[in-house]
Design a binder for this molecule. Structure first.
Ligand SMILES: *[C@@H]1O[C@H](CO)[C@@H](O)[C@H](O)[C@H]1NC(C)=O
Ligand SMILES: *[C@@H]1O[C@H](CO)[C@@H](O)[C@H](O)[C@H]1NC(C)=O
Ligand SMILES: *[C@@H]1O[C@H](CO)[C@@H](O)[C@H](O)[C@H]1NC(C)=O
Length: 282
């Protein structure tokens, strides 16, 4: 599957070297390694909406225009139900996932292995996950659902207290922004209400606008940061299309129009990150 246009389009318009990112200026304790295309990526995953509905929403439909972004008009989720979509996003495969039951995958690597190999910091922010510093393997805690937290499905993460400590409550993000200590790979899962799963698309739209608009300009969060806003799966399960809205935002996005109709899927997220860090297997 193709990596996103940030690289592809930029590569078309500019030589690869001219888009080499400027290292994030930071006083934080986390060291920042400069990226090929971007220094940080923030992936935000909303739940259960058809592309055709999401694109009619006044906020979602204007996101790309508002923030130097691109609306991907032909992005497909991987499968149903939820969980395998999340696992696929961070590991390039849906195998080892049985419906939405707790998964414990030990036969392959995840994006965490790639990032750590390059000393790239990461955190999985999960709304509703307890902020007590412990590793919680429960399938549900309040409005938190493990099925939307793919990191917990890898035994190399759940079985390591150091790695598991990178799975944090959503509220930790504002602390990290305040301390200029936002990691380079941010995976953010809103809770069952904010993601639209137990509510509706309008609620998810209000949540994202409040969440994003108040933070996107903060330097610790925004500098040379690529945002990927997507949905885990299409709401209508009977249709084979699994067509979801995905919007890319960020200063490195080079666009000649507001939309990109290239066929992408959730594996493109992984591929884009891999390409950014120049892993040879890409
Ligand atoms: C992009 O690549 C560089 C290394 O080339 C890395 O430091 C940076 O963190 C990467 N960004 C992400 C989000 O992977
Ligand atoms: C990652 O950090 C460790 C410890 O500081 C260092 O030994 C190693 O060379 C670093 N790896 C890369 C790829 O920069
Ligand atoms: C979405 O949910 C909100 C909050 O519960 C409610 O006020 C609104 O009417 C709902 N919208 C639709 C279209 O169902």
């Amino acid at each position: 599957m193709k990596s996103f246009v940030v690289a592809a389009v930029a590569g078309l318009l500019l030589s690869a070297s001219s888009i080499t990112a400027v290292p994030v200026e930071t006083q934080s304790s986390e060291k920042t390694v400069p990226g090929n295309d971007f220094d940080r990526v923030v992936v935000i995953v909303l739940a259960n909406a058809n592309y055709d509905d999401a694109i009619k929403d006044p906020y979602f439909s204007k996101l790309a225009e508002k923030h130097n972004g691109l609306t991907l008009t032909n992005h497909k989720a991987l499968t149903h139900p939820s969980q395998a979509n999340y696992v696929g996003m961070i590991s390039g495969s849906t195998s080892g996932v049985h419906l939405d039951f707790n998964s414990n995958i030990d036969d392959r690597k995840s994006i965490v292995d790639l990032l750590e190999k390059k000393n790239i910091s990461w955190k999985a922010y999960q709304e509703g996950y307890p902020a007590d510093g412990n590793c919680h393997t429960d399938s549900a805690i309040g409005l938190y659902r493990r099925k939307h937290n793919p990191f917990m499905s890898f035994t190399s993460i759940s079985g390591s207290s150091n790695r598991c400590s990178k799975i944090v409550a959503g509220s930790q993000l504002d602390e990290d922004i305040k301390n200029n200590n936002v990691p380079q790979f941010v995976y953010y899962t809103p809770d069952m209400n904010n993601n639209g799963r137990d509510t509706n698309l309008t609620t998810a739209s209000h949540w994202l606008s409040t969440f994003l608009e108040s933070r996107i300009k903060k330097p610790a969060f925004s500098k040379n940061t690529l945002f990927v806003i997507t949905w885990d799966e299409q709401e209508t399960v009977v249709s084979v299309h699994n067509h979801v809205l995905t919007v890319l935002l960020g200063p490195m996005v080079k666009r000649s129009s507001l939309t990109d109709g290239v066929r992408y899927d959730h594996y493109s997220i992984l591929k884009t990150v891999q390409k950014n860090v120049s892993f040879p297997q890409c």
